[in-house]
Design a protein around this ligand. Sequence first.
Ligand SMILES: *Cc1c(COP(=O)(O)O)cnc(C)c1O
Length: 418
Amino acid sequence: MSTKSFPLTLEELRRIADEYGTPFHIYDEQGIHDGVKRLQNAFAWNKNFFEYFAVKATPNPWIMDSLKSINVGADCSSLAELALSEAVGLSGDEIVFSSNETSDQEFIKACELGAIVNLDDKSLISDLRRLDLHPDKVCFRYNPGPDLAFGNDFIGKPQEAKYGMTKEQLMKGVAWARDEGIKYIGIHTMVISAELELTGLLGTISMMFDLANEVRERTGVTVSFIDFGGGIGIPYRPDQNGVNIEALGEGAHELFNQKMQGFENTRISFECGRYITGPHGWLVTRAIHHKKIYRNYIGVDACMADLMRPGMYGAYHHITIAGKENQPEDFVYDVVGCLCENNDKFAIQRHLPEIERGDLIIIHDTGAHGHSMGFNYNGRLRHQELFIRTDGTIQKIRRNETLADLFATLDYPGLKKE
Ligand SMILES: *Cc1c(COP(=O)(O)O)cnc(C)c1O
């Protein structure tokens, strides 16, 4: 029998499901805070350590606001994410703007907010010039290409990725920023994703420390900021272990002591999304049909519009049936949504306890890239988000979409919007 944590009792869950209806995403503020504090403590040896929350994971201002209250900023890559950051009162070096194929509008907004502008390519320097924008904090995104000393299956090979610049381009970028008189210059990378092993995480840190030294040798610039990107994985499967964050912090500290004399004032950062909210969110849905043909199907009231990862990446999300956590998993089901797409399956040939119509099904670890990846294909509406505050109160932080929302961009006589 496989268990995974869930912050509500069966009675509480049933009450919430009755009050708000299903399906819903629900997030646990205390869990989010505990995870953040663990990371902050592990890196407290760097007096300027700062975590930027990758907003794309869960772009909800209530969650960003809660994170801001414990000293977490925002990693943005679009105008909407910048607007959310602005709304919660983030500005200056609390925001990293890491876009690619950046629009003028996005650059203008990022500079207006005083964000650290993380440049993905040297051509973006001419865009800044053309727009007469003069960010006072710039950063350069490194793509090590085939030089990467370690691999990460989830994100793939850097030389096949569209992001970042080569080392030679980065050196030229830093020299340009220095000549412009920009005082705050950083380096950034994102070469791993969903990584559970320390090798890849410490490998990234070591690579960036080496790069910082090479930047100093070749340009005379001591970078103010080193951003390791996101990529700290979470154990989606109950038999996996999470990253040993304390060991990561200690390992990074050792590398710093070995390699980084003279960088004591440099801020080091992660911009994690998945680690921050992933394990602290659940998609709760109800079994509405049972269909038996060549396989046994459980139809639920959520669909791929609420959670794309299984359909898109074949990602595993653990499933438990509320109140049946201790029952034998004697049944084999495909748990499916309503899209006209056969990959709209939350679980395939999964061993579970017997599911009856009306059972509440808890899909685990949906706090990052869950609601946010949702789409409206098939005219499906995305569902509400609830937030369990640290004092135990439940706050609805996003309502269900309506047909009026879906049709808001259509102007056609006779189209009923409710
Ligand atoms: C997606 C992304 C992140 C966050 O990645 P996680 O795996 O959620 O930690 C951070 N930085 C950039 C540039 C990203 O694209």
